[in-house]
Design a protein around this ligand. Structure first.
Ligand code: ARG
Length: 484
């Protein structure tokens, strides 16, 4: 124990009584923050070097402290992190273990420092790994989607608005639509990282440190590309970077929930576009015939929980007086599981997409049903000199007649065609064929197969760049021009 009072708490000097056991447990954060143990060791290592440079430790003392830190790291690597211990938090635990290894020197390590700047620093370091896991999940999911696009760039399927058949699209176009959204989520994560990539260590409890440590060197030592934070009050109490990460995660999960919903629908008997493989399907305890898309349903369900984390963080920070308040300790219990959940959702969705097989024949047949080529018929009338609004009315009436007769537009009997569409003298079967309808939409962003093939190639290059950058991203996200 590092102090005499209150059960040996590190802050126990002025206390005679002990903490109520119920409160002691309530205020303990070790069950959550033990995951930051290695980040805390790294922070301790850098701080000990900064103290030595400022003359607080001699070179020999520094070596002893750093040996103790290394020894503790090895111990935990071998035996795992202690989740259950009576230490109040990971910082108290580390201090106690270091004092056990290097005695007096371990007690001097807290010179000029507070747990407030320590936890702010540890968490930022730890979040790099969490972001890394989310980026990896995003890359895997996008890879699954791009593989679908590469395989089915020219495969037609019905396209929907309002969940009503609208116009045919290609399966590849659908896959790349979700890829685009996830690509923005990646940008958001990297952007949030850029803002959290600053070093709070050396801010003390609130007012800065009285020890002349070189905070620039400290930031560099800990690989914070954005340098040291510039205001100690803000640095010890700011949590907007956590809110931003929670938003980036919530948005990514929300996007994944839309993908999940699409695939759940695709896998329904009514749509019949997709079958999920055994690896990602489950059955019913009662109904022997069932094959349920649980993987995608769970992913859809988790999204709501991650959204909840964002609201919880915002509500925690709202109205907090400057600077640190203990409310902030709850941030980790909210954000860390949400980030883990995000990474898992992305990985499971990647798996589900990979194990989803499209029934190409059925998709192609259904792409040609339900008057999805009506807009193209109107466009043909426009080409024949009819104003679009008039063409819209003419085709609307033609659709009504086709519905009555139970045929598609191109199958209207010749006399009906002449009566309803006298302006047209074209082979409707050819002009309204699904492939023709798709091919017409060959402008940037359109669903024409040739366009989709090129977009899939573009995304393949993007993914290669993501893969190459996935470690570099978090080292190099702060460019030189971001210097503060
Ligand atoms: N465990 C705390 C947290 O996660 C850090 C300790 C700060 N404690 C204090 N009384 N200032 O925020």
């Amino acid at each position: 124990m590092t102090a005499e009072g209150n059960g040996g708490q590190m802050w126990g000097g002025r206390f005679q009584g002990r903490l109520d056991p119920g409160f002691a447990q309530f205020q303990q954060s070790l069950p959550i923050d033990h995951v930051m143990a290695f980040a805390d060791l790294e922070t301790n290592r850098a701080w000990s070097a900064a103290l030595a440079a400022a003359g607080v430790f001699t070179a020999e003392e520094l070596e002893l402290v750093q040996d103790a830190i290394e020894d503790l790291a090895e111990h935990w690597l071998e035996h795992g992190l202690p989740e259950h211990d009576d230490a109040e938090d990971v910082h108290s635990l580390v201090e106690r273990e270091l004092v056990a290894r290097c005695g007096e020197l371990g007690k001097r390590l807290h010179t000029g420092r507070s747990r407030n700047d320590q936890v702010a620093t540890d968490l930022r370091l730890h979040l790099r790994e969490c972001i890394h896991d989310c980026l990896e999940g995003l890359r895997n999911l996008c890879t699954s989607l791009v593989e679908k696009a590469e395989a089915h760039w020219d495969a037609p399927m019905p396209g929907y608005t309002h969940l009503q058949r609208a116009q045919p699209i290609t399966i590849g176009h659908h896959a790349l639509a979700h890829t685009e959204a996830l690509g923005r989520d990646r940008e958001r994560l990297l952007d949030a990282f850029r803002r959290l990539d600053q070093c709070p260590l050396g801010s003390g409890a609130l007012a800065g440190t009285a020890v002349p440590v070189d905070r620039e060197a400290l930031a560099e030592d800990l690989d914070f590309a954005g340098g040291p934070t510039r205001n100690s009050l803000d640095a010890t109490s700011a949590r907007d970077h956590l809110c931003e990460l929670a938003f980036a995660c919530a948005m990514a999960c929300t996007h994944v929930s839309r993908l999940a919903e699409d695939y759940v629908f695709f896998a329904s008997y009514e749509a019949g576009f997709v079958t999920f493989g055994d690896a990602v399907s489950t059955g019913s305890s009662l109904m022997p015939q069932k094959r349920n898309p649980d993987a995608m349903e769970l992913v859809r369900g988790h999204a709501g929980r991650v959204q909840g984390a964002l609201m919880a963080l915002l509500a925690t920070v709202k109205g907090l007086p400057m600077a640190y308040n203990r409310d902030l300790q709850t941030d980790k219990a909210t954000l860390l599981p949400a980030m883990q959940e995000t990474a898992s959702c992305l990985q499971v969705a990647a798996l589900a997409v990979r194990h989803a097989t499209f029934d190409l024949e059925r998709c192609a047949i259904e792409a040609g049903r339900g008057y999805q080529n009506a807009t193209d018929l109107a466009d043909l009338l426009v080409a024949a000199g009819v104003a679009f609004r008039d063409a819209h009315g003419i085709v609307g009436r033609a659709v009504n007649r086709a519905v009555e007769l139970g045929v598609e537009l191109q199958d209207l009997p010749p006399d009906e065609q002449r009566r309803l569409l006298p302006q047209l003298d074209v082979d409707l079967r050819a002009a309204l064929a699904v492939r023709a309808v798709l091919d017409r939409r060959n402008n940037i962003g359109g669903t024409a197969p040739e366009r989709v093939r090129r977009e899939a190639a573009h995304w393949r290059d993007e993914l290669d760049a993501w893969t190459a950058a996935i470690d570099g991203d978090l080292d190099g996200a702060n460019g030189d021009d971001d210097e503060q």
